[in-house]
Design a protein around this ligand. Structure first.
Ligand SMILES: [Zn+2]
Ligand SMILES: [Zn+2]
Length: 221
């Protein structure tokens, strides 16, 4: 499984480096890359691909649509607002969701001016360091309502108010600390974002629900 994922990544990356190529060029490149790693019978692989041409064509289209979109730069905020309904259950929807997510992450960082949302309560500022890539405080972006619970909401949770910036320490802590040590962090973010999320149509019914999202052992307050 891991090997297969690595192989797919390897081939995808090699294809990206080639830029936009035709379907036939794409097929022969995949066969070549495949042959770099495994002993294969190229004729059999090509036969398999042509028997399943509709599937491989779909993959080809998705691959190069994405590349074309990426080349146009980041989506604008207006475009994102038009993206309320993304079906992440198909591969194209997932790619779209990731694109939207990348923009929202960037917007969240800019909006926070590269500060941790818990800066005051956790005294994060003394630990900031400057990101080489961004020349700003190094911050990470966290989904306040985790994506795995998206289906519990009528409205999409892929919105700016659900994206929060945390310093790396707070980010690790909110995911990995024992409940007693992270509860106040979750409540602090909840207090800061509750009204905004409600304006977006996202209602967290009670704090117990919130603690469920964070997989607390006991959800009682
Ligand atoms: Zn996170
Ligand atoms: Zn922090």
């Amino acid at each position: 499984m891991v090997v297969e994922c690595a192989w797919i990544l390897y081939v995808t990356r090699k294809l990206q480096l080639l830029g936009t190529i035709s379907y036939d060029e794409c097929v022969s490149s995949v066969v070549n890359f495949y042959g770099d790693i495994y002993m294969i019978d190229a004729t059999k692989v090509i036969a398999f691909i042509s028997e399943n041409k509709d599937i491989f064509e779909t993959i080809y289209n998705i691959l190069y649509d994405i590349a074309a979109d990426t080349n146009q730069g980041l989506l604008t905020k207006e475009e994102i607002n038009g993206e309320k309904v993304i079906d992440p259950t198909d591969i194209q929807g997932q790619a779209r969701q990731n694109q939207v997510s990348d923009v929202l992450k960037q917007m969240a960082k800019e909006k926070s001016n590269y500060h941790c949302i818990l800066e005051e309560s956790e005294d994060c500022a003394e630990h900031y360091f400057t990101s080489k890539a961004e020349n700003q405080n190094y911050v990470e972006v966290h989904h306040f309502i985790p994506r795995e619970f998206a289906s519990e909401f009528e409205h999409t949770i892929e919105i700016l108010d659900n994206y929060i910036t945390l310093c790396p320490c707070c980010h690790r802590k909110i995911h990995h600390a024992i409940d007693r040590e992270r509860k106040h962090m979750i409540l602090e973010i909840y207090n800061q974002r509750k009204d905004l999320l409600e304006q977006d149509g996202i209602y967290i019914p009670n704090k117990q629900k919130l603690f469920q999202f964070y997989k607390f052992d006991q959800t009682a307050e």
